[in-house]
Design a protein. Structure first.
Length: 682
C-alpha cells in the first residue's frame, strides 16, 4: 500500500533540519521507500510505499518515528516534538454522567479485540482550512469537520476511525456479530452490498445493519449537516475477516487496507483521546456519555534478549553500545543494559512492533538497517563448496543442452508427476505388479511410480488436443525399476510425443542424434506392445538397444478416448550421453559436384530401409548419401547422392553405380525394382 503525507504535517511531530528531499533520500535508504516528492504551493507531498509487515509506518507519526532514528545517522537533527501515544491517555477525558446512553454487545471477542466508543454533542460545519488542505493534498475529499477529523486521525496515527449519527441508531444499541449469507447493507457510497456471510457487522436495536466493519459504514447511520450527536468509534478487528470481506465484496477501501494488515490495539486509546481533542477544538464537542472500552486480551509486553556479540556475529560489525541503544530507543523500543561487561540488552518490544519483531535476529535487522547496510563491510563470508559427483554434473549439462535444442526445433517441455494412476496402467495394459505402489498416496491419479515416460506423454497429448493443431512434447525424467530388498533403480529417459506423423518423429530423433554428433546408430524393427506393428522401430546405438519410436495402436486411442494420432518415442538418456561426441569430427566440404539419382523400389515385409542402405553402401564406392523422399503403400522412392572427393564424376558413372546397387538388391532380396531407365539425373 502507499500513503501520502505532507512535509509540514510531518513537522508537527518531528523537529528536524532535513529538507524534504533529504528525508526522501535517507529514509528510502534505511526505512520506508519514499517514491516521490511533489511540491504543491508552500508544502511538499511524500508518496510513501508501506510494506505489509510495517503498517505501523502508515501514518505521519509512524514516519516521524522512523525519521527520528534514521536522520541522525546522516548528521541531521531529528527528534520528536511530542509522542501522541504517550500524551493522549484516557485519564485526560472528564468523567461524565451518561446523558446519551449507549448499549454495546460484542457476540464474539475474536472478531473485535478492542471496541472503544464515546458519545459527543457536536456542531457539524466546514473543516478548518489546515485540516481541509492537508486532506486534499493527500487525495482525501473534504466533507465536513466531523468526517474530516475521522480521516485526519487515520493519517495522523495510522488507526482508522468511524463516526455514527447517535440519533439514527435505533434504541441506542450496537451489536457486533457475524453476518449471515445474503444479508444486505447500503454503504456510505450508496452501494448495495450483498454479504457473503461470516463478515463482521454491527446492527442496531431494530436489527438494521449500520456498519460493514473495517470497510465502510452504513448510509442509514451517516453523519450529515443535521447531526447533533455522534458516536466516535475506534476499534480493532480480526484482520483475516476484513481481508476476506473486502475481496469478496470488491470494497477495497483505505480503512480495509489498514485493518487487513493487523493493527495495534494499544493505539486505539491514543487515537480516541486525540480525536476528542480535535472535535472539541473544531466541532465544539462535549461529552454526552462516558467512554466505553471493551478490551479483553490486553497486550503483554514482549521481551527479546540480545548482546553486542550477537549483532557482530550476524552483520560482521561491532556497533558501539551507545549507537545500539540510541537506534532502538528512537524506534520506540525500551532498552535496558542487563550486563554492561558483556553488553547484553533486554529489550521491550513496543506493541506496534509486536507483529514483526519476535526474535533477536529481528532486533539485529533493525539495528543494521538504521546503521546502514551500505556501512557493512562487503567481504564474502567463508563458505563450503560441496562438489557434485561428476555423473550428476554431466547429466545436468546434457539435459540442459538437449532441452534447449528440442525447444528450438519446436517442441514443448512437459513436467509430469513421477507417478501415474492405476486407471492409466489398466487402459494401456501395463503390468501393475511391476510398478512400485505408493503406500500413502494422496490421490488415485498419483499411485504408481512410472516405468516409462510414455503413459504421461499420451495423457499430455489427450489433454491438450483441441488447444493447438500441432502438438509436440518432450520430457526428460526418471523412471523407477523395482529392486528386491533395496531402493529402486532410478534411470533417466527422454520421451517424445507428437500428433503429426511417423516420419516427423523419426526426423526429430535423427536431428537430435546429429546435434549430439552420434553417427554410429541404426534403425531396426521393434515389437513394442503399445505401438502399431508396421509403424514402429528401435534405435540401436553402438550395437546397444537405446530406445524405440512409433505410432500408438488404435485400440489404445479408443480405450482412452484420444481423438488424434499419437506418435511416441523413448530413449535411454545414458546411452545418448555415452555415444555423444563432444568434439565433432572435421569433414572438409567436398569441392566436386554431386549427382542425385532417384529410384523407386517395392519392398516386402522382410526388407527395411536400413537394410537397403547397408547393401547400397557396401556396393557403391561413389555413394555419399541415401534418403527416403516418398512413401506410397509398399513403394519407397529413394534418392542417391554420388560424388568423389578427388574429381568430378559423370552422370554415366553415377548411373553405373546405381545399376550395381540394383543388381545387388535383386540378388540379395526379393524386392521389385522399377527399371533403371526410370532413374533420372537431377
Amino acid at each position: 500500500m502507499n500513503i501520502r503525507i505532507t512535509y509540514n504535517w510531518l513537522l508537527d511531530y518531528l523537529d528536524t533540519n532535513a529538507d524534504p528531499y533529504e528525508i526522501q533520500k535517507y529514509l528510502s535508504l534505511c526505512g520506508p521507500s519514499i517514491e516521490r516528492v511533489e511540491k504543491i504551493d508552500d508544502d511538499y507531498v511524500f508518496d510513501i510505499e508501506i510494506t505489509s509487515n510495517r503498517v505501523d509506518t502508515a501514518s505521519v507519526f509512524g514516519i516521524a518515528l522512523e525519521a527520528q532514528a534514521i536522520l541522525p545517522q546522516f548528521g541531521k537533527k531529528a527528534i520528536l516534538r511530542e509522542n501522541p501515544l504517550k500524551k493522549y491517555r484516557f485519564d485526560l477525558l472528564p468523567s461524565n454522567q451518561a446523558v446519551a446512553p449507549l448499549k454495546i454487545n460484542i457476540t464474539d471477542a475474536v472478531l473485535c479485540p478492542r471496541f472503544t466508543t464515546i458519545v459527543l454533542d457536536v456542531q457539524v460545519k466546514d473543516s478548518p482550512n489546515l485540516i481541509k488542505k492537508r486532506l486534499q493534498l493527500c487525495n482525501i475529499k473534504s466533507i465536513n469537520n466531523v468526517i474530516d477529523i475521522s480521516n485526519y486521525l487515520m493519517l495522523s496515527l495510522g488507526q482508522p476511525t468511524h463516526v455514527f449519527d447517535y440519533d439514527k441508531i435505533e434504541k441506542q444499541t450496537m451489536i457486533l456479530r457475524r453476518s449471515r449469507k445474503g444479508e444486505q447493507i447500503i454503504t456510505l457510497d450508496k452501494k448495495l452490498i450483498v454479504l457473503p456471510g461470516d463478515d463482521i457487522v454491527i446492527e442496531d436495536g431494530a436489527r438494521r445493519l449500520i456498519d460493514l466493519c473495517g470497510i465502510m459504514g452504513g448510509l442509514n447511520s451517516s453523519v450529515t449537516e443535521e447531526t447533533k450527536r455522534i458516536v466516535l468509534f475506534v476499534q480493532n478487528y480480526d484482520k483475516t475477516k476484513i481481508r476476506r470481506t473486502s475481496m469478496l465484496t470488491g470494497q477495497r477501501t483505505v480503512a480495509a487496507t489498514y485493518f487487513e494488515k493487523g493493527l495495534d490495539s494499544e493505539r486505539v486509546e491514543s487515537t480516541l483521546v486525540f480525536g476528542v481533542e480535535l472535535l472539541k477544538n473544531h466541532a465544539d464537542a462535549k461529552i454526552a456519555a462516558s467512554l466505553k472500552d471493551i478490551y479483553i486480551n490486553r497486550y503483554q509486553t514482549k521481551q527479546v534478549c540480545i548482546s553486542n556479540e550477537d549483532i557482530k556475529k550476524i552483520i560482521g560489525v561491532d556497533v558501539a553500545k551507545e549507537k545500539v541503544v540510541s537506534i532502538l530507543e528512537r524506534l520506540g523500543f525500551f532498552v535496558q543494559v542487563e550486563n554492561p561487561a558483556s553488553l547484553r540488552y533486554v529489550i521491550d518490544v513496543p506493541s506496534f512492533r509486536s507483529a514483526d519483531v519476535n526474535i533477536k535476529e529481528d532486533i539485529v535487522e533493525e539495528v543494521a538497517r538504521v546503521y546502514g547496510y551500505f556501512n557493512l563491510p562487503n567481504i564474502l563470508q567463508p563458505c563450503a563448496y560441496v562438489e557434485q559427483p561428476k555423473e550428476t554434473e554431466q547429466i545436468f549439462n546434457y539435459q540442459s543442452k538437449i532441452k534447449h535444442f528440442l525447444k528450438n526445433i519446436g517442441l514443448h517441455e512437459s513436467l509430469n508427476y513421477s507417478m501415474i494412476s492405476e486407471d492409466l496402467i489398466t487402459k494401456l495394459q501395463l503390468d501393475k505388479n511391476k510398478h512400485l505402489k505408493l503406500a500413502n498416496t494422496i490421490s488415485e491419479e498419483i499411485k504408481y511410480l512410472r516405468l516409462s515416460l510414455i503413459p504421461s506423454l499420451i495423457r499430455n497429448i489427450k489433454e491438450n488436443f483441441g488447444k493447438k493443431d500441432i502438438l509436440k512434447f518432450f520430457e526428460i525424467a526418471k523412471v523407477y525399476y523395482p529392486k528386491k530388498g533395496d531402493l529402486p533403480d532410478e534411470i533417466y529417459k527422454l520421451g517424445i510425443a507428437v500428433n503429426t506423423d511417423f516420419y516427423d518423429l523419426k526426423g526429430i530423433i535423427e536431428t537430435l542424434l546429429k546435434e549430439l554428433n552420434i553417427v554410429n546408430y541404426q534403425v531396426g524393427q521393434s515389437n513394442h506392445h503399445l505401438l502399431a506393428p508396421k509403424m514402429q522401430a528401435e534405435i540401436v546405438i553402438n550395437n546397444q538397444m537405446a530406445g524405440f519410436f512409433g505410432e500408438l495402436k488404435p485400440e489404445y486411442k479408443l480405450t482412452d478416448s484420444i481423438k488424434t494420432d499419437v506418435f511416441l518415442a523413448e530413449l535411454d538418456f545414458q546411452s545418448l550421453i555415452e555415444a555423444t561426441k563432444t568434439v565433432p569430427v572435421y569433414r572438409p566440404i567436398n569441392p566436386y559436384a554431386v549427382i542425385k539419382l532417384d529410384l523407386t523400389v517395392k519392398i516386402g515385409p522382410d526388407l527395411t530401409f536400413a537394410k537397403i542402405k547397408n547393401i547400397a553402401q557396401q556396393t557403391a564406392s561413389l555413394l555419399q548419401q541415401i534418403e527416403v523422399i516418398d512413401l506410397y503403400r509398399n513403394s519407397l522412392t529413394l534418392r542417391f547422392y554420388f560424388s568423389s572427393n578427388k574429381r568430378n564424376i559423370t552422370e554415366e558413372e553415377a548411373k553405373k553405380e546405381l545399376k550395381m546397387i540394383e543388381q545387388k538388391l535383386n540378388h540379395k532380396t526379393s524386392i521389385y525394382l522399377k527399371p533403371a531407365s526410370n532413374a533420372k539425373s537431377i
